[in-house]
Design a protein around this ligand. Structure first.
Ligand SMILES: C[S@@+](CC[C@H](N)C(=O)[O-])C[C@H]1O[C@@H](n2cnc3c(N)ncnc32)[C@H](O)[C@@H]1O
Length: 229
C-alpha cells in the first residue's frame, strides 16, 4: 500500500487540496441523483445507505449527510491517518461508520459489506490509485442495491501525452504507488468491463493543470436506472 496519505500529508490534506477538493466534489454532487436517494425511505421504508470508498478525510460524506437527511453513511479508506481526519470531520453525526480497508478486486471489492447494501457508492479522486480498477468496480457493483448508483470521479490525463507520461512518472515516485490516470472514454470502458452502464457523465476543469471527469453508473441489464417522481 502507498504510504503517501499518512502523517503530515494526511493532517494537511484538506488545506493543501482545498480548491481542488471543493471543485471535484461539487462536480460529484452535481451528478448524483439526489432525488432518488431522498425517495428511498418512501420507496423502501428505510434510510438511504451511502458508501464512500477511499473516503479520505470524510469531506464528501459530511456534505452528503447535509444533502440527504437521515442518510446512513459508510466510509472506507486504507489510511488510518486520513480516517483520523474523517472521524474529526464527522464527529457528532449520527449513523456514520468508518472502516479501515484496502479496496481491491474481490467479490465485494474486499469490503466487509453484504451484497446489495448501498443505494449510492462514491469514489472520488482515487481510481488512479487502484491496481485493478475494473475488478474493483465489479466488486462495488455487487454492493449496490438494484437501481443503486455508482458515482466515480477522478482527474484526467492531459495533452500532450509525453508531458502527461512524465507527470504520471513523477506522481508514481511521489506517491510510491502505481498511479494510472484515465480519460472519460477509458473510465466508461472500465465501467462496461465491470458490468456497469454509464447513464450520465461530465468533464470539467479545475485549473490550468487539473482536469477531471465524473460518471454515474448503474448495474447493467435488469438493474437499469430507476424511475421516480
Ligand atoms: C486523493 S485522496 C482522495 C480522498 C477523497 N476521496 C477525496 O476526494 O477527497 C485518495 C485516497 O484514496 C485512499 N486509497 C488509495 N488506494 C486505496 C485502496 N486501495 N483502498 C482504500 N483506500 C485507498 C488513500 O488512502 C487516500 O485517502
Amino acid at each position: 500500500m502507498s504510504t503517501y496519505y499518512t502523517g503530515k500529508r494526511a493532517q494537511h490534506y484538506n488545506t493543501r487540496w482545498h480548491t481542488y477538493t471543493a471543485r471535484t466534489l461539487e462536480e460529484t454532487k452535481a451528478i448524483i441523483d439526489v432525488a432518488a436517494l431522498r425517495f428511498v425511505p418512501e420507496r423502501l421504508g428505510r434510510c438511504p445507505r451511502v458508501l464512500d470508498v477511499a473516503c479520505g478525510t470524510g469531506i464528501l460524506l459530511r456534505q452528503l449527510l447535509a444533502l440527504v437527511p437521515g442518510v446512513e453513511a459508510y466510509g472506507v479508506d486504507a489510511s488510518a491517518d486520513m480516517l483520523v481526519q474523517a472521524r474529526m470531520a464527522l464527529k457528532g453525526q449520527l449513523h456514520v461508520h468508518l472502516e479501515r480497508a484496502q479496496i481491491g478486486r474481490g467479490e465485494t471489492a474486499n469490503l466487509p459489506y453484504a451484497q446489495e447494501t448501498f443505494d449510492l457508492i462514491t469514489c472520488t479522486n482515487a481510481l488512479h490509485d487502484m491496481p485493478e480498477p475494473a475488478g474493483m468496480l465489479a466488486g462495488l457493483k455487487r454492493l449496490l442495491v438494484p437501481g443503486g448508483q455508482l458515482v466515480v470521479e477522478d482527474f484526467a490525463p492531459r495533452e500532450p501525452r509525453f508531458f502527461w507520461a512524465a507527470f504520471e512518472w513523477l506522481l508514481r515516485r511521489i506517491e510510491r504507488n502505481n498511479v494510472r490516470t484515465y480519460t472519460l472514454f477509458e473510465a466508461r470502458a472500465l465501467c462496461q468491463q465491470a458490468g456497469l452502464h454509464v447513464a450520465s457523465e461530465n468533464v470539467f476543469t479545475v485549473d490550468w493543470l487539473w482536469h477531471g471527469w465524473v460518471v454515474r453508473a448503474y448495474r447493467t441489464s435488469s438493474e437499469a436506472a430507476p424511475t421516480h417522481a
